[in-house]
Design a protein around this ligand. Sequence first.
Ligand SMILES: *Cc1c(COP(=O)(O)O)cnc(C)c1O
Length: 720
Amino acid sequence: MTIIPYSVYRKETWDAFVEMSKNGTFLLKRSFMDYHSDRFFDCSLFIYANTLPDGEFKEKGLTTKDLVAVFPANWDKEHYTVYSHQGLTYGGLLVLPEVTQKEVLDMMHAILLYYRDMMQAQRLVYKPIPYIYSSLPSGEDLYALFRAGAQLSRRLVSTCISMKNPMKMSTLRVRQAKKAVEHGFYIDRMTEGDTQTLHEYWQLLEHVLKTYHNATPTHTVQEMEVLMEQFPRNIRLYIVRHEKRIAAGCIVFEWRKVAHMQYIASGEEGRTYGALDLLFRHLINERYKQFEYVDFGTSNEDGGRYLNEGLIFQKEGFGGRAVCYDTYEVNIANAISEDKEQATGEATNGKCPVKYLDLKRITNSFEPKLTAEVSRVVQGGWYLLGKENKRFSEDFAAYCGTKFCIPTGNGLDALTMILLAYKRMHKWKDGDEVIVPSNTYIASILAVSRARLQPVLCEPRLEDYLIDPCRIGELITERTRAIMVVHLYGRVCDMKPINELATAHGLKVIEDVAQAHGACYEGIRAGHLGDAAGISFYPGKNLGALGDAGCVTTDDGELAEQVRSMCNYGSREKYANEMKGLNSRMDEIQAAVLCLKLKRLDADNEARRRMAQAYSKGITNPLITLPAPTADPLQNVWHIYPIRTPERDHLREYLAATGIETVVHYPIPPHRQQAYMEWNDRTYRISERIHREILSLPMSPVMRDDEIARVIEALNTYNV
Ligand SMILES: *Cc1c(COP(=O)(O)O)cnc(C)c1O
């Protein structure tokens, strides 16, 4: 089975399927459903019979004839809840006539899995399509819901006439109908496009609902106008007039052999003289004589909480019977918890592995919005230097608190361009020096080299792995131009002494914020703690794109202009090149992705802090050195949770054997790299020790509590 999310480009496939299905109604056609699309976030699904390897969808791999079901649905992100369509009275799985009970069971299961994995959904609220709309006996979905442990959460009572076996119309109703005729009431129908009649009726309806039921119609009259125009053969307005005035009326939704009364209303005069009795007698005995069902709609009031027995009694007087229309609720985690174990049978010790960083799970946690954003940009037809870049640079500058943010192709280029621009602006020479931490990721140092400046390595503090301000002073020479600080592993450097030193010696402070998006130092965000910052949005970072991306943030207007020009061939005006620039731009798709993900960055960082706290509290093994706490928790966004242990590789193998993935950041210090051969015989003791002992535990905002608990347990049972 393959499940594909609905997209507007496949509206026709959807509508054609609704026509063919065993239980579709026009209410489930797109032009009816989508009418509510601004109010509800659509997460409907197409379900195909055959399976593609890896669930990869190739248009040509699946054809419409493989389509066996569709599932109309909305997503309530705030409550992690999927609704089988919020805007409609009914909405559930639509299947082909030949689909079996077993297949429906499998489908429902796959649907629940899909919503759990793609959206982290916790609940499904399901409103089955009433049997009267089914061309064949139905209820397979109810059985599947039952098997998934569904609970009844709401019951509406409707009154329905089975036209093959109607009950006799009561004498009271017949007498009332006669009375209406005697007093000159007559039946009329709104002709197509006669919106004046519709508006007139709507006034009566609103008045009646308000006076007698303390309610308002679900649709506005304007909405109903549009819907009637869209579905002239499915939605009709019948009225009863008295001396031209509208005395009563109702709207009928017709689909195949079912007529569903909605928005029934009668004014004072109509009530006294039985106007609705006249109308319903006509509709039942004449107009809908050949139909299978006439449904009078629900008699629940106050959002379903209260049942109006008087209404049911009246409706039954026309020959109807009360039927229940129910809403069910499924707890998704409970529904699929047992087979989760089975599904991951290949896992270590019967449990699925804890990944170091599950990028797919992170991506899925932004669905379906993320894919919608990507499609929007793809369809927009503009891919570089456009409004998504503008939006991102505004949003991210505002987030960091800087005056400027210039999107770039990646983090390395961002850092390189800052240095190149300063070189031009302040006439630095090739070989001038930039102080960088000796234990950073190689990119910080490469940026200095690429700008033809000289990296000068400074040892970190062992407690927090950050550049040691006490050691910077002794490295400053005549040729020193800047200090590049790296907020390594997500923790901000000790900026106060560093900025003081820089001011005293006239040095620039450049931040490498690749690992610390959102971290704060005394209320100021990383990216705004020095003169300029280079930031990476590599997919695995706290704020990650779906590919390469980066940016420069600064308050320095001249630097901003230089970088903006440099990243685009050294030109601000097309084909006018003021410098020998490079090509390092963020594409529009990444900018849109980052705008979306930025909104959740603070919450994600908070989730990382909670996990770090769980690790720090839970891990008690004396062989393991935990990261030191910060005075202010906002100083760390836990890009990485680094521990140290003397037998690091041994611990790593042990964890791998219990199914826990870890990473070493980083196994070889920069001065031992072949790329920096000139430094290979030097010794940086602290760096070397860190590189030998450090290990990063699984960490991401979408890790589950049970996974954290497993890591803690494994670490606490470890011994040499
Ligand atoms: C990831 C990273 C970079 C480089 O970013 P890219 O976007 O991959 O070029 C630079 N510095 C540090 C510390 C990093 O972790």
